[in-house]
Design a protein around this ligand. Structure first.
Ligand SMILES: Cc1cc2nc3c(=O)[nH]c(=O)nc-3n(C[C@H](O)[C@H](O)[C@H](O)COP(=O)(O)OP(=O)(O)OC[C@H]3O[C@@H](n4cnc5c(N)ncnc54)[C@H](O)[C@@H]3O)c2cc1C
Length: 271
């Protein structure tokens, strides 16, 4: 493809990209003590694509007390609302219901605060979704690792895996009661680790991963969570296990002490 036609195609794609839609909460509540599930429904989901569980999306958060009209005006003319990245946990096309799971990490984060107070009839802006992280399941052995922020992507990947898949899934949760039922293949060995203070660094996932008997054959990963943990795991997988990048989904989803915009800046700077 020539430079000009490539440019034209890129411009057309941007022009086609739909603007954010405003979604309405139909129900919201604690899934587990430290996780809130918010379910959205309504005609704004009419053309929502199926099969996007595990894909990320951008949520645009209204200010406390902001009316829907004022928020809609702000979406089209600015100033832009606070934007945060989340994961499509489930979409039920028959009922036109979209579920997003939010870590309840207190009121200092606008998204966590919004979710903790969400009631039927509340709204937010939604842009996306992208496409799921893991779509070609070709490994002999899978390594899944997640802290609470990555439970939605990990659960979606495990649910989509072939039923004869083998591997290990490690979940680091805040309290034992945060354990969730996940429909994963019988050959996936699940480990639930408890780390009660997410704001202190943890090496529990890395310690466990280092202690595993590393199998022969092709390995694919779905790993996400706090950036410090991810940095250590990324180095281990790339340098000590020489895992090719194409088989390695590994991503920092948040960073202790940074709001999302600052964390994204750090990620961009690190390439
Ligand atoms: C691709 C992708 C998908 C994601 N999917 C999800 C998802 O489905 N569910 C989900 O809950 N999160 C998800 N995250 C993480 C989420 O974007 C961040 O946690 C985000 O910072 C939350 O915004 P906030 O407004 O609540 O807090 P912010 O305003 O960004 O941060 C406020 C403070 O809270 C701290 N903080 C942020 N996140 C956490 C956390 N998880 N635990 C403890 N402290 C925290 C920050 O360090 C900061 O000190 C995803 C991130 C990415 C990149």
């Amino acid at each position: 493809m020539g430079v000009l036609s490539g440019l034209k195609q890129a411009v057309q794609q941007v022009a086609k990209r739909p603007g954010p839609r405003i979604l309405t909460v139909t129900r919201a509540g604690r899934l587990t003590p430290n996780m809130i599930r918010v379910v959205f429904a309504g005609p704004e989901l009419d053309d929502f694509p199926e099969g996007r569980e595990g894909a990320n999306c951008k949520l645009l958060i209204p200010e406390p007390g902001e009316t829907r009209d004022a928020f809609a005006a702000r979406l089209s003319a600015g100033p832009a609302p606070v934007k945060r990245t989340y994961t499509v946990r489930a979409y039920d096309a028959a009922r036109q219901e979209l579920s997003i799971d939010f870590v309840a990490h207190g009121d200092e984060g606008p998204a966590s605060r919004w979710a903790s107070h969400a009631q039927p009839g509340d709204f937010l802006g939604f842009a996306g979704p992208s496409t799921p992280k893991l779509t070609h399941f070709e490994a002999d052995w899978y390594l899944v690792a997640a802290d609470p922020s990555a439970l939605p992507v990990a659960a979606a990947a495990l649910e989509a895996m072939p039923r004869d898949a083998k591997g290990v899934a490690i979940f680091e949760i805040t309290a034992p009661e945060d354990r969730q039922e996940i429909d994963m293949p019988a050959g996936i060995e699940a480990h639930w680790l408890v780390h009660p203070d997410p704001h202190s660094a943890s090496t529990a996932q890395e310690d466990l991963i280092r202690s595993l008997d590393w199998p022969a054959g092709r390995v694919q990963t779905c790993i996400a969570g706090e950036s410090g943990v991810i940095r250590a795991l990324r180095a281990f997988l790339a340098q000590e296990k020489a895992l090719p990048r194409k088989d390695t989904y590994i991503s920092g989803y948040w960073k202790i002490g940074l709001v999302e915009d600052e964390h994204q800046k750090v990620k961009r700077a690190e390439g």
